[in-house]
Design a binder for this molecule. Sequence first.
Ligand code: SF4
Length: 437
Amino acid sequence: MSNTKRIGMISLGCPKALVDSEHILSRLRAEGYAISPDYAGADLVLVNTCGFIDSAVDESLEAIGEAMNENGRVIVTGCLGARGEMVKEAHPNVLAVTGPHALEEVMQAVHAHLPKPHDPHLDLIPPQGIRLTPRHYAYLKISEGCNHRCTFCIIPSLRGDLQSRPIGEVLKEAETLVKAGVKELLVISQDTSAYGVDVKYRTGFRDGKPVRTRMTELARELGSLGVWVRLHYVYPYPHVDEVIPLMAEGAILPYLDIPFQHANPRILKLMKRPGNSENVLERIRAWREICPDIAIRSTFIAGFPGETEAEFQELLDFLEEAELDRVGCFPYSAVEGAAANALPDAVPEEVKEERVSRLMALQAEISERKLAGKIGRTLEVLVEEIDEDGAVARSRYDAPEIDGLVYIEGGEGLAVGEFAEVAIVDSDEHDLWGEVV
Ligand code: SF4
């Protein structure tokens, strides 16, 4: 009978949590554990949880409950793990609870409850580690935690202050991923533009060459790897302006995921966020002058405590002017522990929902107009999937999971992870349709 020790993994939450799961899986495989795809075959189950908003907490607690029922030997990690008492109260028999980004603690808990297999050479790890994303793109996590204290957010209390990974290590990981066939690197963190602030932009090394731990320098180095490089979660600091020329040159993708959250100065101040709509509009204009092709994605919160109809209207006016490419909008959610919960004049749930719908309806019109402008152009796309109707791909203006797709009729001959040139023939408010050139 095999003495292989098998571990199941349930990974919930955002791309940052997914990267944590990949690191845990890589380490488990490196130590000779096998990964079980089901509860029945697992000696123990790890649940990587999310605790960002109440619905994520419920989903995480449910997932732990299911793992307890189906398997009974469960270790909990991730954002909800930072609130150990809540987990223990709901599920007193879990084996251990650790917080987010706690690889060593997770491994200690695994060793305590399922000692290491004797022959670690049985399951040698591929150098690029174990990844949960498709082979052709990968998330590259550059830092953990955040130095801001946005009043609606509890991430700093769950994940701590900013801790940047050494630039040499990040670049090595990127190179290894590219060698393993990755065609697109998605740079993630809680605050990408703050990269290096905590280490005073220390100089690191890439193959002996000095490189500062800083977003612009990182983007330039990643841009030299010959794959798509996409920046996510860029906080609107002034020095973001520095990466726009790199986009114009084609070193990195002309794509900026920059959450503005609101446009009204009073609400932004209550959120402890920078900027006012005039400055932001001015900056967007300047970015488009340097890089006319730039796709800007942003997220907004509607129904923040005290938001008046006039202040919300100001946000809609801003969107009309800014003509962003992709927009997400969330109703304000009173996450337990967030400072904003103490603010007066909470907005009723139905008003929040109604404002979200109005914002999304307006953005749908803007998006439809902008996508229609791409008809007649030829775009380079990365193939995501082949199905009976042809190929499904993404253009440089669209990130996986959150943005739009390009449907390619007659693209059956293409392969997943391949780049193709596609003539755009049709569009709607979200996606594009095209033919292989
Ligand atoms: S910058 Fe992002 S992660 Fe940091 S506190 Fe604000 S919302 Fe939270």
